[in-house]
Design a protein around this ligand. Sequence first.
Ligand code: AMP
Ligand code: ZN
Ligand code: FE
Ligand code: FE
Length: 271
Amino acid sequence: MKFADLHTHTMFSDGTYTPAQLVAEASRLGLSAVAVSDHDSVDGIAAALEAARNTEIEVIPAIEMSTEYQGIEVHVLGYLIDRNSKKLADKLDFLRKNRVARVHYILKKLGSLGIELRAESVFDISGGASPGRMHIARAMVKEGLVSSTSEAFFRYIGDKSPAYVCGFRISPEEAINLIKDIGGIAVLAHPYILNRDELIPQFVEYGLGGIEVYYPEHTKAMVNSYLALAQRYDLIVTGGSDFHGEAKPEVKLGSTKVPYELVQIMKEARP
Ligand code: AMP
Ligand code: ZN
Ligand code: FE
Ligand code: FE
């Protein structure tokens, strides 16, 4: 049977693998397809497609967009998007600048908690990538401010921690529209993290086309309830590991995977 891992990050956002390393690992594991879905970036897709040329692996162009809805963070995955769209590039440019400003804002909040971390330490780690909290967490470990990235999230920058800043200046509606506009399918990522199932009908009205039913932290009961929601709202079912390489060593590529048929269903459902 053919399988696909539809949720991964490379060093173009907060993962640690290069696109070529990701494709090589997917190939070693015998996956048939892997979606490169970096946070607010499509920069890793070209190299992944190149690495997958003349191999059995299919690279699915994707993105994971961070949006804000009534003060909460909502991640929207976009599959089979036109990564060369000018409209997308313009929006990602704006979001990148916003992410840089957000890092400074989070560092300021950390400072007020007595944790002094320089912006350079963070940007040294993120390099040319779309900067985020994982880079801050890694910088904190490097500077000896915490002993692990988990501690950084738990004590300081996790969604419910004191130095957390949401601050994504795009709504789910805008992200869903953009993804559809550039030929893609918009999928609600890891709905258990959002934990607001009552918002799903609204997102469906915006044009949401799928839901990430299979995810490492989803229990059997969650999977069943999301499958029921998918059926009820006629949503495509997806799933993936949310692989981040060494940034989250406990999550292995392909540890959550879905039958390749779901990729075919996604292709047929494209606008
Ligand atoms: P950001 O896009 O800057 O909001 O960061 C989101 C990313 O931070 C997620 O994709 C994960 O990689 C990481 N993250 C968020 N919460 C946690 C957590 N509690 N533990 C470890 N990593 C986390
Ligand atoms: Zn991430
Ligand atoms: Fe996410
Ligand atoms: Fe992710």
